[in-house]
Design a protein around this ligand. Structure first.
Ligand code: SF4
Length: 347
């Protein structure tokens, strides 16, 4: 496995067959696999951890039917329903994110695509956040057009999130209201407009290991800059919460293998352990830091999660550092060009 790590560092990420074989690695070799992922992570990201904080800026009543999502109007779920927050509310969320030592603030709306008014509010909020805070901004607003992508990029949105969710052969079993190709198209539009693209998926939706590799290859094909890896934490009322469809929770050792393979396939990119880590990785969560360089804190869109103080402690206990955008950094530069500050001791 050291050879695979050396190759990844030299710019030759895993091929399909290699990645697929690693998902079948025996548990006895898990630490060897994780060590290979760590060598790559350390080369490109040192011991730095970027914290992301989500803002559910518009919740519920989404016309799409993603089978994992409690915000879809197709399912009866306890998820809150509310319209788009005001500019001030979104900016206030960014202040809370900064107080949680976030690198990135992720503004998310439950929708097929952003309306004109939604777009104006998100753009104005982004301009205000950039003027006030040393923080990078990601938006996740559904499908884009070229014009909308250009507007977001001009307002200063650094990164656009649009997950491919799962492998192309499995996608239609999870979503019927839009296609895998639709999602690829939006991701490409965001990238062409000059934003980084954040795109990942969800593990544990009944997919095969081949589907997992297909997803990772598709993410490589769209040149994802940031890859969030979620592990399904079934939401009550959604089709994927129905007992018997899938095994849950996931084996935490399998989750670590997926994260290590993702690192070896995306050597220099932001790889993030995302939703569902608390219930699926459980006590093995700190080991994820050896593969990923980024986490979410303070919960997810409709799911509570680990809180910032506990995550800070986990990062520092494991000997890693919290990376923040350096004070005064000129925030119109690309994220990769920005300087960073790190915290290595108790906050
Ligand atoms: S994942 Fe997004 S697009 Fe799909 S139902 Fe949920 S909010 Fe709508």
């Amino acid at each position: 496995m050291k050879l695979l790590a050396d190759r990844a560092i030299a710019g030759e990420p895993l091929a399909r067959e290699e990645a697929r074989a690693l998902l079948d690695t025996s548990d006895d070799n898990l630490l060897t696999l994780l060590d290979a992922a760590y060598a790559v992570r350390r080369h490109f990201h040192g011991k730095r951890v970027r914290i992301h904080v989500l803002e559910n800026a518009k919740s519920g009543a989404c016309p799409e039917d993603c089978g994992f999502c409690s915000q879809s109007s197709h399912y009866e779920t306890p998820a809150e329903v509310y319209p788009l927050e005001s500019v001030e509310q979104i900016v206030e969320g960014a202040r809370r994110a900064k107080a949680a030592h976030a690198w990135k603030y992720c503004i998310v709306t439950a929708t097929t695509a952003p309306s004109r008014r939604d777009l104006e509010v998100i753009c104005e909020a982004t301009r205000r956040i950039k003027a006030e805070l040393d923080l990078t901004v990601c938006a996740s607003l559904g499908a884009l057009t070229e014009a909308k992508a250009a507007e977001l990029a001009a307002a200063g949105v650094d990164r656009f999130n649009h997950n491919l969710e799962t492998g192309p052969d499995h996608f239609a079993k999870i979503v019927s209201t839009h296609t895998f190709a639709d999602r690829q198209a939006t991701a490409r539009m965001a990238k062409q407009a000059g934003m980084d693209i954040c795109s990942g998926g969800i593990i544990g939706m009944g997919e095969s290991k081949d589907d997992v590799i297909d997803l990772l290859l598709a993410l490589r094909e769209i040149d994802a800059d940031s890859v969030p890896v979620n592990f399904l934490d079934p939401r009550p009322g959604t089709p994927l919460s129905k007992l018997g469809i899938i095994r849950r929770p996931l084996d935490p050792r399998y989750c670590l293998k997926v994260l290590a393979v993702t690192r070896l396939m995306f050597p220099s990119k932001d790889v993030r352990v995302a939703g569902g880590r608390e219930v699926n990785l459980r006590s093995l969560t700190p080991l994820a830091l050896y593969a990923v360089n980024s986490i979410f804190t303070n919960g997810y869109l409709t799911t509570p999660g680990s809180q910032a103080s506990a995550d800070h402690q986990m990062i520092l206990d494991a000997g890693f550092e919290i990376e923040e955008v350096a004070p005064g950094t000129h925030l119109t530069e690309r994220p990769s060009a920005r300087s960073a500050s790190v915290t290595t001791t108790a906050l």
